[in-house]
Write a protein that binds this ligand. Structure first.
Ligand SMILES: [Zn+2]
Length: 239
């Protein structure tokens, strides 16, 4: 089992760990603990480096398989041995951009639900840009500027972003979480990690976010598309 260090400290950039399993075919190694986000919920996996003795290996992606996180290394060099001490280091610039972007997406969700009652159905992001799908029948182009202003207002408000891990039965009684379809979580999950933008948005979420909305920067709503009568896709970029 891999301890997911990013779940409790998303600002952790490097960490010491030990190899626990190998995936020889794909040139990957599982670690007993990691700060690498393995991808999911629209947020891409981290990349970075693994230092083994004096050699730096590039980690080109990470992936969660069962309860282990595998780190896939650039080919050519031999994999570290199991039990060997290693040091992981994130590509921090890229990860921090993803934290800002992910938080921007939650601000967008919070604002659109608060102002228009529209629920999010999905989303995807890259560093400094993202898109989200909403059940938002009344979306039209005159709203673009209004939405952009409202999300940037929430950044100016400098709202704290709080991460809490709750027992499943406690989380299942919180109305804001019920509306985000928390009931779709697999039965085996006994703890629910929640991410709250205080006063704006609360979601069950495994991703990495900044600690305050003021860190996000300026959000631009760059486009939107109709994906049918009700479903609308909104594109944002972060400056
Ligand atoms: Zn999220």
């Amino acid at each position: 089992m891999t301890e997911l260090l990013y779940q409790t400290d998303s600002y952790l950039r490097s960490f010491d760990a030990t190899g626990t399993a190998l995936d020889e075919e794909n040139h990957g190694i599982a670690l007993d603990r990691t700060a690498f986000y393995p991808g999911g919920g629209g947020q891409p996996a981290d990349i970075g480096y693994l230092q083994v003795r004096d050699t730096n290996f590039s980690i080109i992606r990470a992936r969660k398989i069962g309860d282990q996180v595998f780190h896939y290394l650039e080919g050519g060099l031999p994999l570290p041995s199991l039990g060997e001490k290693v040091r992981g280091q994130l590509d921090w610039e890229r990860r921090y951009q993803l934290m800002r972007t992910h938080t921007a997406m939650h601000i967008l969700c919070g604002v659109i639900f608060r102002d228009y009652g529209a629920s999010v159905t999905g989303g995807d992001m890259d560093p400094l840009q993202g898109r989200m799908d909403f059940e938002f029948e009344t979306m039209h182009k005159d709203l673009v500027d209004k939405i952009e202003q409202a999300v940037n207002q929430e950044i100016t408000e400098a709202r704290p972003v709080r991460v809490v891990i709750l027992p499943r039965d406690v989380a299942f009684q919180i109305p804001d979480l019920i509306r985000t379809k928390i009931n779709l979580l697999p039965e085996g999950i006994l703890q629910v990690r929640t991410v709250e933008i205080v006063g704006l948005d609360l979601q069950a979420d495994g991703g990495t976010h900044v600690a305050n909305t003021s860190e996000v920067g300026h959000i631009r709503v760059v486009d939107y598309k109709s994906k049918g009568k009700i479903n609308k896709r909104i594109y944002v970029s972060i400056e």
